[in-house]
Design a protein around this ligand. Structure first.
Ligand SMILES: Cc1ncc(C[n+]2csc(CCOP(=O)(O)OP(=O)(O)O)c2C)c(N)n1
Ligand SMILES: [Mg+2]
Length: 372
């Protein structure tokens, strides 16, 4: 039977454009069968590592090492009872936040993530003192000590948290991207979420609207192989997370999340594409967390050998160190940088421990009270 010239909803089909039709982009409805999941991966595969010069390599090394040493110290303070509530460390995943955020335009682009958020803040150059003060619930903390480890924000850096509800940051990120589009400010939103969060329905609702409206958004799945104690193999029907946007015509990319140069390069390609008005990109960063899910995780779901293998052969900081040594940087210099970073982190911990807690009156500030 011949098809009527109307869509399934009964509405007449849009009249064909009078302009000479430009070749439709593959990743649009008009692009029909041409949608290519791996269209961006192909350009990435041509040249997977960002060709950093010595100064850039040193910068990546310093940023990742700062996150590592900061998180080690946070673990110690937690053990001493100075950090209350939940505390999720980023040790092992440093290359993801550093590689991606260094490819953003700070102040123009926005970032949002889940509760494993200390590294993302440090990657923005936010003062470790005020992050540590937040972890220890002090007034000087970035959320005045009222947010703690999971709920930190810096509107100055367009960093919108810090969210404890798994996956909730994804639709919020969609909203941030819609705001960029509406204001036409040229910015994009980078949304991070985990492999576990990737199984949530709200993620796919966001994919649909983001793709339909061509929102300037990059979805970054930090696949650290586990959601609490459940491995991706036990929880996910599709463990190749970069494919998860296929049904929504979102091109997918996959990069080694333990190699900061690969992450940065993948970020550049994705951000360029999104800034071109082409709609969202999904990047899967394969990574690994060395510590437990949170500080109270006995980690019985994996062997010590598994963790040891990643530490010995895939550590992101050892990786960049090898690049630096190859570039002729003296090992002594790298040791000096480590010493300075340890001193910075020790000063942040001292500051946090000696800062006052918020006044009781703070209970009444930043609280939304109103009638609806
Ligand atoms: C809606 C919701 N369900 C469950 C939880 C409890 N929970 C906290 S973290 C987590 C696992 C999430 O894993 P993943 O998304 O892989 O992130 P990762 O912790 O590995 O960074 C769960 C189930 C929660 N905080 N929110
Ligand atoms: Mg995970």
């Amino acid at each position: 039977m011949a098809r009527a010239a109307s869509s399934s909803s009964g509405k007449p089909k849009r009249a064909p454009s009078k302009k000479p039709a430009a070749e439709p982009a593959a990743n649009t409805r008009e692009g029909g069968e041409k949608f290519a999941l791996r269209s961006l991966q192909e350009s990435f595969e041509k040249d997977r590592r960002f060709p950093a010069d010595e100064a850039q390599l040193l910068h990546f090394y310093e940023q990742m090492l700062l996150i590592r040493r900061f998180e080690e110290k946070a673990g110690q303070l937690y053990g001493l009872g100075l950090i209350g509530g939940f505390c999720h460390l980023y040790i092992g995943q440093e290359a993801v936040a550093v590689g991606l955020q260094s490819a953003l335009e700070e102040g123009k682009d926005s970032v949002i993530t889940g509760y494993r958020d200390h590294g993302h803040m440090l990657a923005y150059g936010i003062d470790p003192k005020i992050i540590m003060a937040e972890l220890t619930g002090r007034h000087a903390g970035i959320s005045k000590g009222k947010g703690g480890s999971m709920h930190m924000f810096s509107t100055e850096h367009a960093f919108y948290g810090g969210h404890g509800i798994v996956g909730a940051q994804v639709p919020l990120g969609g909203g941030l991207a819609l705001a960029h589009q509406y204001r036409d400010d040229g910015g994009l939103c980078l949304v991070y979420f985990g492999d576990g969060a990737a199984n949530q329905g709200q993620v796919y609702e966001t994919f649909n609207m983001a793709s339909l409206w061509k929102l300037p958004i990059v979805f970054a799945v930090e696949n650290n192989q586990y959601a609490m104690g459940t491995s991706v193999k036990r929880s996910s029907a599709e463990t190749e997370f970069y494919r998860r946007g296929t049904a929504f015509r979102i091109p997918g990319m996959k990069a080694d999340g333990m190699d900061v140069l690969q992450v940065h390069r993948a970020g550049e390609i994705a951000f360029d594409y999104v800034r071109g008005g082409n709609g969202p990109v999904l990047i899967e960063l394969s990574t690994y967390r060395y510590r437990g899910h949170s500080m109270s995780d006995p980690a019985k779901y994996r062997t010590r050998e598994e963790v040891q293998e990643v530490r010995e052969h895939h550590d992101p900081i050892e990786g960049i160190k090898a690049d630096l040594l190859k570039a002729g940087v003296a090992e002594e210099k790298l040791k000096d940088i480590d010493k300075q970073i340890r001193a910075t982190v020790a000063a942040a911990a001292d500051f946090a421990e000696s800062s006052p807690e918020p006044e009781p009156a703070e209970l009444y500030t930043d609280v939304l009270v109103g009638s609806y």
